[in-house]
Design a protein around this ligand. Sequence first.
Ligand code: SAM
Length: 289
Amino acid sequence: MMETKNKTLGKLFVVATPIGNLEDMTLRALRVLREVDLIAAEDTRHTRQLLNHFDIQTPLVSYYREKEAERAEELAPRMLAGESVALVTDAGTPAISDPGAVLVRMARASGITVVPVPGPSALTTALSAAGMADGSFLFLGFPPARKGQRQKLLASLAETPWPLVFYESPHRIAAFLADILLVLGDREAFWARELTKMYEDLQAGAITQLLERVASGSKTRGEFVLVVQPGKKQEARGENLEELLSWYRRNTEFSLKDVSQRIARDLGLSRSVVYQKALGVWADSQEQS
Ligand code: SAM
């Protein structure tokens, strides 16, 4: 079936674009961006560079988060009048932690055909290299910017049996990893940073190991996709407990009581057992200092 302009109604093409490497642009995305009447872009300057690279002359209009409803109201009548529109964001697939959903809903409600044009997404790219045991996961996008809200969200996810997948920016990754350690414990995790770019960095390890990597400051640039594996309660009992307590003692300012309470709650252990172990760890560390 042809994807060119409908005689009466235009179409809305939701077009994925590269997340770093321009070679990931699909042939279909290129054709659609050339054929539509208009490209609605999250940041027109950013998309202009992409279009220039591929020598595409299609006119651009801006479509960004703060003005989604307003812009959608303007675009819908144009599509009803026969113009086809391609929606793109700065990188990856529109409407995944990105603007797009408002226009998609409005188009569909107006009887306009919505055509997804698949391609890169940081989410699927990271998961393809994460090596997860089965294909299930829970995608949560960006965690809340506020610490309290972040910790609350994590606590609500403590029993989730699937890997948790988040987007995160470089300046918040350390705080987020620390929150995960505090609320969910030292889980196995995986990060995918700078995907498809020159300094692509894939790391698997315990949260404490990833924290150490961030703290070493060698590479703090780059956007992240973070996969946090589900808790393994049985394995966390016993000798790991002392290690975990020592880590908290060395790396955080939390009191012995706070640490014991949190670990007991997060790992489903008796509070008095954890408290007794913590007394030993705190005493040892005082002797050493
Ligand atoms: N809709 C986009 C997609 O499908 O990939 C995601 C947009 S969201 C505003 C941007 C976030 O995606 C970044 O903060 C980061 O978490 C992730 N991301 C985008 N590009 C990435 C890359 N090259 N490497 C790692 N993560 C990336």
